[in-house]
Design a protein around this ligand. Structure first.
Ligand code: SF4
Length: 336
């Protein structure tokens, strides 16, 4: 029988990510109290404006106490502005439902298919383009993978599978193992790309069990993170990024350009530099998807272009992300 040495028994154990996730803040009043802004509770919209609040406590701890303009707080705090009906802002702004090929599988672009692997996220971002997406019907996780995998098997033009959601890393590792076993019999899929915000908002997710699964995958691996501001990074996020790279992943980042959060050149330059310090390359800077309830985050194209131009003057080319917009029905992301 193997027993832990006395020294090992004294080592602090890493907190379990699922427990940390369960302990997330889900009440807007509590979030405001946690950052010393309880006096703003009267400005909250009723019923979280129809999109539940969810924030891991570790992410909330990176917010500046007493600062109502904190860029992390503004990404997650429900606002009255979400109740305004802005013309041109839609329930499904990027045409996900039209691109559906099988339950939970979207086939928008040549050679790549996207699996809605999970309907859950560790954090609910107020600007999210899928805030109204019918996850209950489309989520592939609930035993629906078979149909999606069958579609992949029959279409040899698909060489890259993108796991998205929701957040695919909200799935327990045994679920991810189940998925990769299904992929094993599909030789034309050679690349796995994971779109996730979990290593940023809940870095404890990149634990030993996950890394053992991930490192052993016989596929090329790309992880596309989602961070919008340098303040989202701390030592735990750096460690998660390093562990992903050590497990064989190319790690990229995509951001969304968001009014009052990252729409100035200094903030964007700092974000690119902070990403690179963590070993992550900036990939895309997205113009906001026009989803109902998010109009107050929009930055117009002229300003977006000027910001990217300013970044170009201050950063090496590899740290300047591509400014793009997703347009439903297009064959790729559209450069702005
Ligand atoms: S993590 Fe991504 S999918 Fe989830 S709410 Fe945020 S932007 Fe949307």
């Amino acid at each position: 029988m193997i027993t832990a040495s006395p020294a090992a028994r004294l080592l602090p154990t890493a907190p379990d990510w699922r427990e940390l996730w369960r302990a997330s803040i889900t009440d807007a009043g509590e979030l405001l109290r946690s950052v010393g802004l309880e006096h703003l509770a009267g400005r909250l919209p009723p019923a979280d404006a129809g999109f539940a609040l969810r924030v891991p406590r570790g992410f909330a701890a990176r917010m500046r106490p007493g600062d109502a303009s904190d860029p992390l707080l503004l990404q997650v705090l429900p606002q009255l502005a979400e109740l305004e009906q802005a013309p041109g802002y839609l329930i499904d702004p990027v045409g996900d439902l039209a691109a559906r090929e099988a339950q939970g599988l979207l086939h928008k672009y040549e050679g790549r298919a996207l699996l809605i692997a999970s309907g859950s996220c560790a954090v609910n971002c107020r600007y999210c383009f899928r805030r109204h997406f019918p996850y209950g019907e489309e989520m592939a996780a609930a035993g629906q993978w078979r149909k999606a995998l069958e579609h992949l098997r029959q279409d040899a033009s698909i060489t890259e599978l993108i796991l998205s959601g929701g957040d695919p890393l909200s799935l327990a590792t045994p679920k991810l193992e189940e998925l990769s076993r299904g992929l094993a019999g599909i030789p034309h899929v050679t690349r796995l790309r994971i779109h996730t915000r979990l290593p940023v908002v809940l870095p404890e997710r990149i634990d030993d069990a996950f890394l053992a699964w991930f490192a052993a995958l016989p596929l090329q691996k790309v992880v596309v993170l989602h961070a919008n501001h340098a303040n989202e990074f701390d030592a735990a996020v750096d460690a998660a990024c390093r562990r992903l790279r050590e497990a064989g992943a190319t790690v990229l980042n995509q951001s969304v350009l968001l009014k009052q959060i990252n729409d100035d050149a200094d903030t964007l330059v700092k974000l690119s530099e902070r990403l690179f310090a963590a070993g992550v390359l900036p990939y895309y800077l997205h113009q906001l998807d026009r989803v109902q309830g998010a109009a107050h985050f929009e930055v117009d194209d002229a300003r977006a272009l000027a910001l990217v131009e300013a970044m170009r003057g201050r950063l090496p080319g590899y740290l300047v992300p591509k400014l793009v917009r997703e347009v439903g029905g297009d064959a790729s992301k559209r450069p702005v």
